[in-house]
Design a protein around this ligand. Structure first.
Ligand code: ATP
Length: 385
């Protein structure tokens, strides 16, 4: 059993910079938890505190029920995989994988057994005599994993282990690492800034911003029920479209004013979020995922429609990204790394059926799946529940 518990953990660096604020996280035994967030949000700091490579300036940290605040890294029973792999260039793959065991004075025969077993799992058996310089990026990454595996630790801590690989290899390795973690059943904390990596690998994902935990949940719940505007925009690609809008509620019905457009509020939206009633006549942030827009011609469910001018198309084969203009102010998500994904002066992007015949420069009739809209308080930017 190895749980990792962070109870109100804080990090204030020597220069006074407060990098982590009251972080509460309970990572379950065998769980794969991903820490994700934009550059500088504090994810590496949090991981390094779990590893013992960074001091904890407030709160309590437990690994496997034992308080480890003042325990040396080597005594924490964790194995860390870094983004630069930290392999010894002059040592063979065999010696790299077995190095920690040798230091721990594990008998030679047992080292041999454990190294060969790890190599077999990672398909490195044919490369055991090579030096890291003679391996591909993916193989080096596997050696780094091998070094973690042979230790049979209570927890794996991984800091952007795939960031030095090319795009294709990343996709392959992320599937391999996720499968391996499940096979070995070792509690894992994995840091990345890549939301796709987070979503595809994690049992749960913790989203950090500016040293504050925004939300921790399963990938699907983060996507379907983001707690605030930041999470809503950070998770999903292209990002959720965010607009200033005004609600108007009338009995069991209502509408959303979006610039010069009016979109009816679905009855289910009001039923699922009773507190929307408190926002009658008020400004809110309205969120629409790209897949909740569709060329009206392909909308089988007769959703409400709007008219908008198309500016740009990106045909991806299985779908077409349609950029269009909505006459309403957009809302900034607060992600410092966010790039504007809309093109041609547009402020909205929809994921349409690839057979859509909408054209740049022309008006299009666009259906909106109003039952899937997201609503946030304009002041606090939190989801209206
Ligand atoms: P990245 O994805 O860019 O690695 P991160 O989310 O892992 O970012 P951290 O490396 O944890 O971020 O850094 C969090 C914040 O703490 C940043 O603002 C960083 O500048 C600051 N920081 C990191 N190390 C120190 C240090 N030794 N002294 C002072 N501030 C630091």
């Amino acid at each position: 059993m190895a749980t990792v518990e962070l109870d109100s953990i804080n990090k204030v660096y020597d220069n006074g910079f407060h990098a982590i604020h009251d972080l509460d996280l309970e990572i379950q035994d065998k769980e794969f938890l991903v820490l994700v967030g934009p550059s500088g949000c504090g994810k590496s700091t949090a991981l390094r505190m779990i590893a013992g490579l960074e001091s904890i300036t407030g709160g309590e940290m437990k690994i496997g029920e034992k308080v480890v605040n003042d325990v040396e890294p080597k005594d924490r029973d964790i194995a860390m995989v870094f983004q630069n792999y930290a392999l010894y260039p002059h040592m063979s793959v065999y010696d790299n994988i077995g190095f920690a065991l040798k230091l721990a004075k594990v008998p030679k025969e047992e080292i041999d057994q454990r190294v060969r077993k790890a190599a077999e799992i990672l398909e490195l058996t044919a490369n055991l005599d090579r030096k890291p310089g003679q391996l591909s990026g993916g193989q080096r990454q596997r050696v780094a994993m091998g070094r973690a595996i042979v230790r049979q630790p209570a927890a794996f801590l991984m800091d952007e282990p795939l960031s030095n690989l090319d795009a294709k290899l990343r996709v392959q390795m992320r599937a391999e690492i996720a499968a391996l973690q499940r096979e070995l059943g070792v509690t894992t904390v994995y840091v990345t800034h890549d939301q796709i990596e987070a979503m595809t690998m994690g049992d749960r994902v913790a989203v950090l911003k500016d040293g504050y935990l925004q939300q921790v949940d399963t990938p699907q719940n983060l996507y379907d029920r983001p707690a605030n505007v930041f999470v809503a925009a950070f998770i999903g690609s292209p990002s959720m479209n965010l607009f200033e809008a005004t609600l108007s509620i009338d009995g069991d019905a209502g509408s959303i004013r979006l610039g010069s457009l009016t979109v009816p509020l679905s009855a289910s939206s009001l039923q699922q979020r009773p507190s929307l009633r408190n926002y009658d006549g008020k400004k809110i942030v309205l969120g629409i995922r790209p897949e909740d827009y569709e060329d009206a011609e392909f909308d089988k469910d007769g959703h409400p429609t709007i008219q908008a001018k198309v500016t740009l198309l990106e045909a991806l084969g299985s779908e077409i990204m349609v950029h269009f203009g909505i006459d309403a102010p957009t809302v900034d998500s607060g992600d410092p790394d966010a790039v504007d994904e809309t093109g041609g002066g547009a402020n909205a992007v929809g994921r349409f059926n690839p057979r859509s015949r909408v054209k740049p420069g022309e008006m299009a009739t666009i259906a909106i799946s109003t039952e899937n809209l997201h609503f946030f308080d304009f002041g606090t930017r939190r989801a209206i529940g």
